[in-house]
Ligand binder design. Structure first.
Ligand code: PHB
Length: 388
């Protein structure tokens, strides 16, 4: 009697171990680490919404496995991002890490990806060097040198000779400053001054006063997504536009997430970027409509597209490897070529970085709403940071 009980208990134990193992194997886990609170929460909100939209449109099974999206808030603190990544790899055994709202968050996590051989899809951060921080990084956002060089080529042909640059004082800002300046000098323009403002809680006022005194033809700005509205407001309050100083920059300052609330000061601002919600393609129209419908009218910005395309890269790699992980999954991410809401997009197999069009856009009112209207296209732009 006792023996029979023991045996059946053993059977049940074995069976349930087998079942839970089988269940575990049937999951394809995506650890999505984002700033969901704090000053960069809009990036987290946009990317999570885009990832969920992608799953709603493409199903939650891929390569024969059920996709589990695990979303974690890192509050935009690098040590938190790193700790969460470690937990996701060790405890959850995620197939892939994704997200990374700011450069320092991506850089802090890169060693975890390398040590654990976990592909790490960077959907937001945009400093050129991030892809070199780990061979497991694949980027679906953009790079600042891509956008900054395009602007420096547009400037001299459009009546602008003297420029002051103003950037957030960290990776992407320093990339923007360097690549804009070098290219503008090469093109015969002048950079009167390079100004750097703190990343967190910047007070633009003293910097803008300095710009007024220097009287450039234009002020070139990079601030990260979410910070553009404060800059615009202070630019207007100081009467910079009235003083004849044009505002130009990478598209981060006229971010679709907040553009409509910026008011008249944003009207006419020319920027360079890889995505505008008004990009004229059937695929983008479908994407914007579905995103707005699923998110109470929220307009998708370039962060959302980085997240949406990141999910595409992950899903296709999961399909090709039947829900694989590690090096096999990474290999299947490299070289993907597809149409994104931004336009054609390619993951360069050598650099694991994104190759895409950069558009020159002007803010205009369309149907009473402010949009970045694309009027020029530079095709298939690789990261200029990689050839240096
Ligand atoms: C970054 O930290 O790499 C970053 C964040 C926001 C942007 C661009 C770059 O808009």
């Amino acid at each position: 009697m006792q023996k029979r009980y023991f045996l059946s208990a053993l059977m049940v134990g074995l069976l349930s171990a087998y079942a839970s193992n089988a269940l575990a194997q049937e999951k394809f886990k995506i650890g999505l680490i984002l700033p969901m609170t704090g000053p960069f929460a809009s990036t987290g909100k946009q990317i999570e919404a885009a990832a969920r939209l992608y799953m709603a449109q493409n199903g939650d099974t891929v390569g024969g496995k059920k996709v589990e999206l695990i979303v974690k808030d890192d509050t935009s603190a690098p040590d938190v991002t790193k700790r969460i990544a470690q937990e996701l790899v060790v405890n959850e055994k995620v197939n892939v890490l994704a997200g990374f709202g700011l450069t320092p968050l991506a850089l802090a996590t890169a060693p975890i990806a390398t040590q654990s051989k976990t592909p790490m899809v960077v959907m937001a951060a945009a400093t050129s060097s991030i892809t070199q921080a780990s061979p497991y990084v694949v980027r679906t956002s953009f790079t600042l040198p891509q956008a900054a060089v395009a602007m420096a080529d547009w400037v001299p042909n459009n009546g602008i000779k003297k420029v002051v640059t103003l950037v957030s004082d960290y990776g992407p800002g320093i990339d923007a400053e360097k690549f804009f300046k070098d290219r503008l000098l090469f093109n015969g323009g002048q950079v009167l001054e390079t100004l750097r403002v703190p990343l967190r809680n910047p007070d633009f006022a003293p910097f803008l006063q300095k710009v007024r005194d220097l009287k450039p033809d234009a002020l070139f700005v990079f601030v990260p997504s979410g910070a553009g509205a404060a800059l615009m407001k202070q630019f207007a309050e100081r009467g910079m536009d009235k003083a004849g100083i044009k505002l130009i920059g990478t598209g981060d300052i006229t971010d679709d997430d907040i553009l409509n609330g910026m008011g008249d000061v944003a009207n006419g601002v020319v920027t360079s970027h890889h995505y505008s919600a008004s990009h004229n393609s059937p695929l983008n129209k479908k994407f914007v409509a579905a995103f707005e419908k699923a998110n109470a009218g929220l307009r998708p910005n370039f962060m959302a597209v980085g997240g949406y395309d990141g999910m595409r890269v992950i899903y296709e790699a999961a399909r090709a490897t039947k829900g694989g992980s590690g090096d096999a999954l990474l290999t299947a991410m490299k070289g993907q070529l597809f149409e994104s809401p931004r336009g054609p997009m390619f993951i360069d197999a050598q650099t694991r970085d994104v190759v895409h069009n950069i558009y020159i856009r002007r803010v205009e009112k369309v149907g009473g709403q402010l949009y970045n209207q694309e009027f020029d296209t530079l095709k298939d732009v690789k990261d200029p940071g990689k050839s240096k």
